[in-house]
Design a protein around this ligand. Structure first.
Ligand code: ADP
Ligand code: MG
Length: 325
């Protein structure tokens, strides 16, 4: 069915019909503003991400459903990175004229499915025609207990440095796609439908042991550099301890991909020293592995990644950056 037969308000109504009620939502889609409630004693954390056709996804590689899912997951990942719980989503959609109603439905399927996974509700947005390509802008609002948000700036010398899950799967999948090679299913999943970690992040925040956190969107090396700069500390980590999946190793992934590839959507965080057993237990209860990879020190801005022989490793590239090559 052609989009023109529905019109802007038809599209919005089609989305609105599918939203489930949420006691935190006083007013959702349909008025000039959404009206929402945060849990008592909590502060609001908000983030937004743009996903552009040809920049963040290719319509010939990704289905509309997976684009919908990923647009939620990458936003929720930022809420997780603050130790936050996601609640409300806003969706800005720029729809190109050639897109069908079925394709919009598939996008919304993915979007709402993923939102439900995290307990978040779509409460508003904007819908326009796009002259060129699909444009998706998502804003997410979440909550953190007042005064307890986990910034990038809270790390202290002596903290242990941890990373959740495994790194590089998404980057390896993308590199295989770009070379027209087949992509093992597990790697494809990590690239097209990454999972954010809000439940783990909230559980870690509640321990009171975690001092700083960031989510890995640009690669561990680049995102760790951001955390070090914000906290004015240095870090040393062991390359051998960087967690890699079996699928990654089997498909020939490189250390370079694992550390600079990006789009991992894992959590990188620092915690009070000597708490590895407790941190591991909290992560295990959430069904996620967490690995201690190194330690922070007082040498502000210094980042040393060493192999088993103590040799220093330097990346060839420093992670994804939109305005560089
Ligand atoms: P306004 O003209 O006041 O901006 P709109 O006609 O754009 O209102 O939107 C009407 C309602 O539909 C609003 O509640 C808005 O938040 C919601 N809405 C519009 N587009 C979307 C979308 N893509 N997803 C979710 N809600 C949407
Ligand atoms: Mg509007």
């Amino acid at each position: 069915m052609k989009l023109s037969s529905l019109g802007e308000f038809g599209v919005i109504e089609r989305i609105q019909r599918r939203i489930q009620t949420n006691p935190q939502v006083v007013r959702g889609i349909g008025d000039d503003c959404a009206q929402t409630r945060l849990p008592a004693g909590h502060e609001l954390v908000t983030s937004m991400d743009l996903l552009l056709d040809g920049v963040h996804f290719r319509r010939d590689w990704a289905s509309m459903t997976t684009i919908g899912r990923k647009s939620v997951a990458v936003n929720v990942s930022d809420i997780a990175a603050m130790g936050g719980q996601p609640h409300f989503l806003y969706l800005g959609l720029g729809l190109p004229p050639e897109i069908s109603v079925e394709q919009v439905d598939a996008f919304i399927d993915g979007f709402l499915h993923e939102a439900e996974t995290y307990g978040a509700t779509l409460v508003g947005g904007d819908t326009c025609r796009s002259q060129q390509g699909l444009t998706v802008a998502v804003t997410v609002e979440g909550s953190v207990p007042a005064g307890e948000a986990l910034g990038r700036d809270g790390a202290q010398p002596g903290d242990d440095l941890y990373v959740s899950g495994s790194l590089g799967d998404s980057a390896l999948a993308l590199s295989l796609l770009q070379q027209n090679q087949s992509v093992p299913e597990k790697l494809a999943q990590r690239h097209f439908t990454p999972q954010a970690r809000p439940a783990l992040a909230v559980a870690l925040q509640q321990t009171g042991l975690v001092r700083s956190m960031i989510d890995l969107s640009d690669g561990l090396y680049a995102d760790l550099s951001h955390l070090l700069a914000a906290s004015a500390v240095g870090a040393r980590f062991d390359l051998e301890r960087v967690p890699l999946s079996e699928a990654f190793c089997r498909a020939g992934g490189t250390l370079e991909q694992a550390l600079t590839g990006g789009e991992d959507y894992e959590l990188l965080f620092s915690a009070k020293p000597g708490q590895q057993d407790r941190i591991a237990a909290v992560a295990a209860a959430q069904g996620v592995a967490v690995t201690a990879i190194g330690q922070l020190n007082a040498a502000a801005g210094s980042l040393e990644a060493t192999d088993a022989q103590g040799r220093l490793w330097q990346p060839n590239t420093s992670g994804f950056n939109h305005f560089r090559g």
